[in-house]
Design a protein around this ligand. Structure first.
Ligand code: ZN
Length: 288
């Protein structure tokens, strides 16, 4: 599918195995630039042969353009799984006279990707706010956006007003967050670029970017207020705060993410000095 003049995306939908799909709304790989000149690819999907083949097929559908580089949003397996296979493939397609396809990522990810690729010289770390140029006059600005993961990078394509958000903003749901304070700062940064379209790592493309970013911010702010309110009412354990905020009959598979979510809020509030944390109590595990 073509998203904007210089953005094409291949959507990989996933079969539901057991409760819930692995990635709600499937996974997206993007090709950016001009198919008649050259392009870059954003992310490489899981390390399944079928996924890599689908991406190669889409590359052929675009007319097998030269791929200057693979840009990586972050180091989770569903984003870097195919990196070795696809880097090799894109380098081979370019022919012997072309430069090899480079892999560009957050500096924190450099060593790991170098090991996966078996050749660290293929990987060039991005600089914060660096602009990566490719065909069609496209220039993608790398925005370091920690929160979901500390090696996360979003890419902004100002000409098409597109923001590639990896797992920082998803198309169909909210995302998991490792560091909420950093995550909120990253959302605020994305908002300042005023994109029109969000191309997420998972789920459908979002055509009204501004309200989506806003709702992500206000959703977390609302939760934070609820957590503070719960603590204000004397609920001082994660379990008590949970049952104050969430409905009693919360589905079993949502309980664990909800607990983690409350914990990330508490960690942020404690870090900011807005809550005091006292050591937890300990007991022996209840064994057989
Ligand atoms: Zn992720």
């Amino acid at each position: 599918m073509q998203v904007s003049p210089r953005v094409y995306g291949v959507h990989i939908s996933e079969e539901r195995k057991g409760p819930g799909a692995m990635h709600p709304g499937g996974t997206n790989i993007y090709f950016v630039g001009d198919p008649r000149e050259s392009m870059v690819v954003i992310d490489t999907g899981e390390h399944y042969r079928t996924w890599s083949l689908r991406i190669q097929e889409f590359h052929a559908e675009l007319g097998s353009p030269a791929i200057d580089a693979i840009l990586v949003t972050h180091g989770h397996s569903d984003h870097i799984g195919g990196v070795d296979r696809l880097q090799e493939y894109f380098t081979r397609v370019r022919g012997r006279n072309g430069d090899g396809c480079r892999v560009r990522c957050h500096p924190r990810l450099r060593e790991r990707l170098g090991r996966i690729l078996g050749d660290p010289s293929i990987v060039s770390p991005l600089k914060s706010r660096e602009v990566v140029r490719t065909g069609g006059g496209a220039g993608l600005r790398a925005l370091f956006t920690p929160g979901h993961e500390d090696d996360h990078v979003c890419f902004h394509l100002p000409g098409d007003r597109v923001m590639f958000t990896g797992d920082t903003i998803l198309g169909a749901s909210t995302t998991t967050v490792r560091d909420l304070a950093e995550y909120m700062a990253s959302l605020a940064l994305l908002e300042t670029y005023r994109p029109e379209t969000i191309c997420p790592g998972h789920g459908p493309v979002v055509h009204e970017a501004a309200p989506r970013i806003r709702s992500y911010i206000s959703h977390r702010e609302r939760r934070e207020r609820q957590v503070l309110e719960a603590v204000g009412h004397g609920h001082n354990t994660v379990a008590a705060i949970m049952s104050y905020i969430y409905p009693r009959n919360l589905r079993r598979e949502l309980r664990e993410p909800a607990t983690r979510n409350v914990l990330t809020h508490l960690t942020k509030l404690a870090k900011e000095g807005r809550l005091t944390e006292t050591p937890a109590t300990y007991s022996l595990p209840s064994g057989p």
